[in-house]
Design a protein around this ligand. Sequence first.
Ligand code: FES
Ligand SMILES: [Fe+2]
Ligand SMILES: [Fe+2]
Length: 477
Amino acid sequence: MGFVRVAEADRLKENKRHVVTLRYANEYQTVVLFRMDGLEEDGRVHTREYYAIESNCPHAGAPLENASLELVEDDIEDIVDVIAVCPYHAYDLSLSSGESSYGIKACTFNVEQRDEIIYIDTHDSSPWEVIAVRAVSEQFAESTTNPEPLQHVDRYITPDQEPTTLTQWATLILKTPDPELKIAYTRRASQLFKGGQIKVIGKSTPPEKPPRNQQQVDPSRAGRRGKGGSLQSRIALLHSLANIELWAIDLAWDIIARFSNASLDPVAPNSKMPMDYFSDWLQVATDEAKHFSLLRRRLEEMGSFYGALPTHGALWDSAEDTKHSLISRLSIIHLVHEARGLDVNPATIAKFRASGDLESTEVLETIHHDEITHVTAGHKWMLFCCKHSNLDPIETFRKQVKLNFSGKLRGPFNTDDRHKAGLSEGWYNDLQGEKTSTYKPTTIKSVKEEAIADALKDTDHTVKEDHITETLKHTRI
Ligand code: FES
Ligand SMILES: [Fe+2]
Ligand SMILES: [Fe+2]
């Protein structure tokens, strides 16, 4: 027995899930702490207010902070246990015993509250110390300069104007250029779907390309991402990541709308995708909106804002190349581009940590954990589609990359996180896309783009950003 102080109970009130990092000498252990309040209603009594379990699933390492919870009740509806359902392969893990019906066992920890302080039992007498308590962010970060759309979505769309199907929401969001509204609508649609207020998937035609209220420049003109050392360089990096997250929101909604009636079975051509296809991609859309909001907020905290630097829409080229087939879309967007994110994120996180920017580091870590689950979703639905069409998933993926991607898949690969998402090396090693690149740089003509191009020539970063900010102020579309 070795109870270690985690935090004051009050500090844990705002979120129901926290990740607690403990250290003793050179050893670390990480635990997810679930707070169970809200379950004591209608005479139902929970047996414990807190549960704690090791942070990674003993099967293949999924972060259990993202597990969904299910209650086990006895005959008189007392809650006798809580089951965590792993987000990767849906194994069940008892939060009391750690046991799973699949025969694996996770480590669980007793949690006690004494005098408004929460303690965790580390199972040994060594002087473990809690070094970090992080809320599992389900929170969107509001803009410091323009918080209204997030708070008042009903100002922009009244309940009687709201779409009634999930694909109508998808199309509305895809056609909404304003990032704040895109986040607000995504959040609203997610609440309605999870709350059972949207039950119909429906049919709706998504736009060919989601509009932007910021003119897009060629990727080569979008500025260097920076090495992450100076403040300006970190801003440039976060800005370029925010742009990718904004496209990622659209990509998740597009896979919902465009393939809602994907026929998988030639014998039953009207077959539709099952419900968990939609809930999985809705979760991805919600995560991407959260990611954008976190990055946009960080930019503001660092003295900049989203839109201060030029952005590009190159990611949508791959969406266009794959709009004809769900298997192509899953392969290129979710198992090539999103998996590439897993490879590069750790180095980016390390740069921010080395520069002492711990707030951005935390944001990027949150994003990275979520991104593993997005690649998992791509893998899961790729397997589903291949099974229904009697195709070998790895062979099919490799063929899709050859047909719909140009260039070699570049390493170094984050084999651990790829593996967690279901991608063994056989999927991606020695793989070369053979598609002819159709990318054509467009001529820079507009006043704004010329100003941005001029600004990018400037070697003084401070002047560069001021110049762009000033330019955008006067030429906002
Ligand atoms: S069930 Fe948790 S990682 Fe596989
Ligand atoms: Fe993301
Ligand atoms: Fe993602």
